[in-house]
Design a protein around this ligand. Structure first.
Ligand code: TXA
Ligand code: MG
Length: 313
């Protein structure tokens, strides 16, 4: 049994002591709950991959508490600095060349000479990393391929007994994973859509972002077609539920079921997405999902829904 603990100085100290011993601690972030371990400790990272059942060729995001910590790990170009200044702390991950002073172990980077870095905004995550004093890697705290957790209880449902402690920071405010921008290659490239919108990034950069293709070999599991997979089958862009389908609505509608945002607010919909998918997945074998406008956060929501709906069979 893994304990769920509220965030206070004693539990943050306990969590940091687990990290120092190579343990695994689930922590809230503003996007989703992350499963943190010491990024410099390959044994801890191996335990983390095993707990998630994650293929080890997928590299992890290193989470930092300060720009200084980030600069020890990666080489920042001017454009990357601009994004860091504009959006950190916050739900943005930057992929950069590894610095010679970097401490993140090869296993966490899957042997790549690049590193994904993020400075989370959630005070609980920041306090934990600052107290620990070094970067932690933190993929979403779910079984690999399953729906990302936005509540401490979701973490427990997936990883009970496999992690040392779950820090409870309440519901995640953003609800979907960070936007990922890569500065490897000729042009900054959007690897994963998130709640930092493409238009906001482009405004700060003063250039447009390239888009990564599914097939271009960049190893991001968020880019595998079937990720975020519930057990239920999803039917997207539905106008109403059919017999036997659970309903996930958006905006004013009359259907019985859950509604991502009755007022049609995409921010609220993003925050509700994973928790509602989990709830309906537990109740039904088929889920019909209303049309979500593909603007603003809608791009990231539709990206996650398309992956949740995809079946390889
Ligand atoms: O919001 C988030 O980013 C959450 C919270 C916990 O911070 N974390 C998260 O981590 O989503 P994870 O491990 O589930 O996703 C990491 C993504 C993957 O798609 C991975 O392939 C990509 O980042 N990534 C990591 N290192 C990379 C690299 N060097 N080059 C390209 N992609 C990389
Ligand atoms: Mg994940």
């Amino acid at each position: 049994m893994t304990a769920i603990a509220p965030i206070e100085s004693s539990t943050l100290q306990l969590a940091a002591s687990f990290l120092r011993k190579g343990g695994l601690v689930a922590m809230p972030t503003e996007t989703v709950y992350g499963l943190a371990c010491d990024a410099s400790n390959p044994d801890a990272v191996a335990r983390l991959y095993a707990a998630k059942g994650r293929p080890s060729f997928n590299p992890l995001i290193a989470h930092v508490a300060s720009l200084e910590m980030a600069q020890a790990e990666a080489v920042f170009c001017d454009a990357a600095f601009k994004l860091a200044h504009a959006f950190w702390p916050g739900p943005l991950t930057l992929v950069l060349p590894v610095a010679s002073t970097g401490t993140v172990c090869d296993l966490a980077r899957s042997g790549l000479n690049t590193i994904a870095l993020r400075m989370p905004a959630h005070p609980g995550a920041r306090s934990l990393i600052a107290g620990f004093g070094r970067p932690v890697v933190a993929p979403s705290a779910n079984r690999s391929g399953h729906i990302s957790p936005t509540l401490a209880e979701h973490v427990k449902a997936d990883l009970d007994g496999k992690v040392d402690l779950i820090l409870d920071g309440g519901p995640c405010t953003q609800g979907i994973e960070s936007t990922i921008v890569s500065f490897i290659g000729d042009q900054p490239t959007l690897l994963r859509a998130g709640t930092v919108e493409t238009s906001a990034l482009e405004a700060v950069l003063g250039t447009s972002l390239a888009r990564a293709d599914e097939g271009d070999g960049i190893s991001a599991p968020g880019q595998l077609k079937s990720h975020y997979a519930p057990n239920a089958r999803l039917r997207l862009n539905a106008s109403a539920p059919e017999a036997g389908e659970a309903w996930l609505g958006f905006g004013p509608d009359e259907a019985n079921g859950l509604n991502l945002s009755p007022s049609g607010n995409l921010t609220e919909a993003a925050a509700n997405l994973f928790a509602m998918l989990r709830q309906l997945d537990a109740e039904a074998d088929r889920i019909a999902v209303a049309h979500i406008p593909n603007e603003g956060f809608g791009e990231a929501i539709n990206d996650r829904l398309a992956r949740a709906a995809h079946r390889d069979d």
